[in-house]
Structures are given as structure tokens and as C-alpha cells.
Design a protein around this ligand. Structure first.
Ligand code: IMP
Ligand code: MG
Length: 183
């Protein structure tokens, strides 16, 4: 999918595919330094984090395993409900593992602050967070995010794994939607 396929639904490109790739390269280098001598359990949060998980993991040199969780805090709309439900739990035991949660975007931060605590209570040795994007609202929540790709404005974005009503996930860049799409 590209900008042409989006037609008038696309307002603007916020992060190009090239910029995302470059930034993930930097984050991967940082992560490799920080986890030297350790094995990482990457935990991708379905479904939005699929792209960043695929791209970030392939840039890492550290030994790692991957697992996935599906949680839900959003309906089909553009507002967080604040209620986190586990739709799919991890297959692996996190006890004693160095967990790095991989996220697409942090908005309210509710999903992640809940998830981080949840994994720590299961006995993980450490639980850090890597996110491709973060919105300003996230700063107000008590969640420590070790790796942030881009700080973005408080706008609803799509692409690079992120959807609006399950559409636009396969857009290679991150963009904003024209108001007519969700009005
Ligand atoms: P939070 O709990 O408010 O931080 O939001 C968590 C999840 O909501 C993210 O992992 C995304 O899946 C989704 N989300 C938040 N902001 C956006 C957006 O701008 N576009 C699409 N999905 C979003
Ligand atoms: Mg997500």
C-alpha cells in the first residue's frame, strides 16, 4: 500500500519508511549495548507491533526469543477505553527472563503500565519497553519507557502496523488521516 492507494484519506506523511528504518537501527544498537551478555525475550503486542517487531528484531545482534500478547484497550474508534483485556497470553514463561515489550505506539500509556506490572508479577528479571512512537499524553502516566523511536503530536495516526477500523496497517509509513475518514 502506498500514498496513492490512500487517495484523499491521507492527510500527511508523519514518518517516512526510511526515517523509521534509520531510527530503528539506532534503537537496536542501543538495545544491543544495554543487553550485552543477556538473552532478550521480545514480547510483541498484537496486532499493531507486528511491523516494528519484524524490523527491530532483525536489526538486533543479541540472542533473543520472541513471543506475542494480544491485549485490547481500544474499540474500533480512536479513544482508549482504559480497560485492558488479555485476548492472547504469552506462550512462554517469563520467570527470570529479560523481557523487552515491543509496542507500536504509546498514547494514554494505560496498556503498557498495566502490562509492565503484570509481567513483573510473573517473575520477569526485568521488563523494559521499546516503542516506535509516543504521544505527549503518555508523559503523564507512570510508565518508564526505555526506547522511544519518535515523539509525535497528539493526532490519530495510521500505517506501519497501526490501523483505523482495521484498515491501513500495511502502509509502510506513518501518516495522519483526513477528518472525513472518521467523521
Ligand atoms: P494506550 O493504552 O492509550 O497507550 O494505547 C495503546 C494502543 O492503542 C496502542 O498500542 C495502539 O494499538 C492503539 N493506538 C493508540 N494511538 C493510536 C493511533 O494514533 N492510531 C492507531 N492506534 C493507536
Ligand atoms: Mg499496540
Amino acid at each position: 500500500m502506498d500514498a496513492t492507494d490512500m487517495g484523499s484519506d491521507l492527510k500527511e506523511v508523519l514518518i517516512s519508511a526510511e526515517d523509521m528504518d534509520r531510527r530503528l537501527e539506532e534503537l537496536a544498537a542501543e538495545i544491543d549495548r544495554d543487553y550485552a551478555g543477556k538473552e532478550i525475550l521480545l514480547v510483541g503486542v498484537l496486532r499493531g507491533a507486528v511491523m516494528v517487531m519484524a524490523d527491530l528484531s532483525r536489526k538486533l545482534h543479541s540472542p533473543l526469543q520472541m513471543d506475542w500478547m494480544a491485549v485490547s484497550s481500544y474499540g474500533s474508534g480512536t479513544k482508549s477505553s482504559g480497560v485492558v483485556r488479555i485476548l492472547k497470553d504469552l506462550d512462554q514463561d517469563v520467570n527470570g527472563r529479560h523481557v523487552l515489550i515491543v509496542e507500536d505506539i504509546i498514547d494514554s500509556g494505560l496498556t503498557l503500565s498495566w502490562l509492565q506490572k503484570n509481567l513483573l508479577t510473573r517473575g520477569a528479571a526485568s521488563v523494559e519497553i521499546a516503542t516506535a512512537m509516543r504521544k505527549p499524553r503518555a508523559a503523564k502516566v507512570d510508565v518508564d519507557v526505555a526506547y522511544v523511536g519518535f515523539e509525535i503530536p497528539d493526532e490519530f495516526v495510521v500505517g506501519y502496523g497501526l490501523d483505523y477500523a482495521e484498515k491501513y496497517r500495511h502502509l509502510p509509513f506513518v501518516g495522519t488521516l483526513a477528518p472525513h475518514v472518521y467523521q
